[in-house]
Design a protein around this ligand. Structure first.
Ligand code: FRU
Length: 501
């Protein structure tokens, strides 16, 4: 029997490499262990394809994460909502698939909320109802409602679905993000409709009224707008919009707008079209970022799909495809008269820290200083550096197979970049080998934090004022770090390597 299972898995593996793998015969355990690029501390489904995070809601001590999921293969298709829960944002328990496609269509992205006041009338006992809003995709797109009266364990689709259809012919009408607008006791739905975000309102979550639209004249429109999120931080309202961009960091990305929302209309203080957009992350692998509804203490915690539609279906994993970013805390600051939405790993990530090696004050000019990194390939690097005379400062993460990733501060051009052109397996798509760049704020001192997992590098500068998320597929984990400087010197005041579990 064991032999038979082994042979079946073998056939599946051979049949799958780089194809749409039908994983049905493979156990979750095999799928998890037989996978060199399986992240250790980033969320992945045990097997099969996933994309956008969906339906993120906190209720009764649990963070629910639903996600776009193909139950039948490792490429996009048969879109359903996979489901996992976490009590600590760092470890996840897999749950059964929550929503499967039906005659109204495939289940595309959406959101979930706690119906505190039982506005939809589904509550049966003491437990509050969770409401999920999602898009049906079939010859066009409509919005639908599902509910759970048992803490997200079982979901029932509303019998009168869909609850919202587009007026006229709109090919793109999707990804409902619903929030409670307390001043007027009503629900607001932000919906991506082609190149704008439309807002709808409802008092019972079933009947929706059009309120306004935002965006034709604002921000970046290289690709259609998808997966919006609308939330308040302090006095301000933030609108997240996900779309693909052209240029150096091309493909899937998250932009944001800071402004106001009065229950009807969103007004932006942020860039008009033609001015540089505000990007939440400058890597190639940060998309569909949305936040948890109802998170404790009003925290704004988001999660992004860590891939890019330019090559998402081709990445060289075996039994699963795509991971989520680490959960990130979003905060708003004002700097030089401008709002800046910061994002950095949630503090819970620090619970994964193990042994820490600290080095103090290293002076660098030219090439040279090399330190070992944990061979597990799971670590965090903390660097506090002081610029001094160097025109460039940087480091390479390397392995013994001459694969490397270069992180560079270019003070002449005020650019921060990560070059993954020689990072390992890069040839599965011509769009993968790339150097991603971000504007670098002019300062004398910088603090960099880098999280490395089996197939990703997430860099956070100065507490998340800039972040850059990139996938990498090294044939061996990067196990040394080599610093370099050009035309002058700089000092690393603090440097720590922390093992992550
Ligand atoms: C974004 C997206 C959404 C859509 C989903 C389908 O990545 O294109 O707009 O709902 O993926 O899987």
């Amino acid at each position: 029997m064991e032999n038979l299972i082994f042979i079946i898995s073998l056939i599946c593996c051979v049949a799958c490499s780089d194809k749409n793998c039908d994983n049905t015969a493979i156990s979750d355990e095999t799928a998890i262990s037989d996978e060199p690029f399986r992240p250790a501390y980033h969320f992945t489904p045990p097997k099969n394809w996933c994309n956008d995070p969906n339906g993120m809601v906190y209720y009764a001590g649990e963070y629910h994460l639903f996600y776009q999921y193909n139950p039948q293969g490792t490429k996009w298709g048969n879109m359903s909502w996979g489901h996992a829960v976490s009590v600590d944002l760092t470890t996840w328990q897999h749950m059964p698939v929550a929503l499967f496609p039906d005659k109204l269509g495939d289940i595309f992205s959406g959101s979930a909320v706690v119906d505190e006041n039982n506005t939809a009338g589904f509550q049966t006992g003491n437990e509050k109802t969770l409401l999920a809003f999602y898009t049906y995709n079939k010859n066009g797109q409509t919005q639908a409602l599902a509910y759970s009266t048992d803490k997200g364990r079982n979901w029932t689709k509303y019998s009168q679905n869909p609850v919202l259809r587009p007026e006229g012919n709109k090919p793109d009408f999707r990804d409902p993000k619903v929030l409670w607008y307390a001043p007027e006791n009503k629900w607001i739905m932000a919906l991506a409709a082609g190149n704008v975000i439309e807002f709808y309102s409802s008092t019972n979550a079933k009947k929706w009224k059009y309120e306004s639209r935002f965006g034709a004249e604002y921000g970046n429109h290289d690709g259609i707008w998808e997966c919006p999120d609308l939330f308040q931080i302090g006095e301000k309202w933030i609108l997240l919009v996900n779309n693909s961009r052209n240029g150096d960091n091309s493909g899937s990305a998250t932009q944001y707008f800071v402004g106001n929302f009065d229950g009807k209309t969103f007004t932006s203080e942020s860039p008009q079209q033609g001015q540089p957009a505000h990007w939440l992350d400058y890597g190639k692998d940060h998309y569909a970022m949305v936040t948890w509804a109802n998170a404790p203490n009003n925290r704004k915690i988001g999660l992004a799909w860590m891939s890019n539609w330019e090559y998402a279906n081709e990445t060289p994993t075996k039994h699963f495809r795509s991971a989520m970013s680490v959960p990130r805390e979003l905060t708003l600051i004002r700097e030089n008269g401008k709002y800046l939405l910061k994002n950095e790993p949630v503090r819970e990530m620090e619970n994964l820290r193990g042994e820490k090696t600290t080095f103090s004050s290293i002076e660098i000019s030219g090439n040279g200083t090399v330190k070992d990194l944990p061979v597990s390939g799971l670590y965090e690097i903390l660097i506090d550096m002081e610029k001094q005379t160097a025109q460039q400062f940087g480091f390479k993460l390397k392995n013994s197979k001459t694969e490397e990733v270069t992180v560079l501060f270019d003070f002449q051009n005020n650019i921060f970049s990560i070059n993954r052109t020689k990072s390992g397996i890069v040839n599965f798509s011509e769009r993968f080998p790339a150097t991603t760049i971000a504007p670098l704020a002019v300062k004398n001192e910088y603090q960099l934090r880098v999280l490395v997992d089996k197939c990703s590098i997430e860099a956070f500068l100065d507490g998340g004022e800039m972040s850059m998320t990139n996938l990498v597929f090294p044939n061996e984990p990067y196990n040394t770090i080599e610093f370099f400087g050009k035309n002058g010197k700089y000092t690393i005041n603090n440097f720590a390597i922390i093992k992550l579990q």
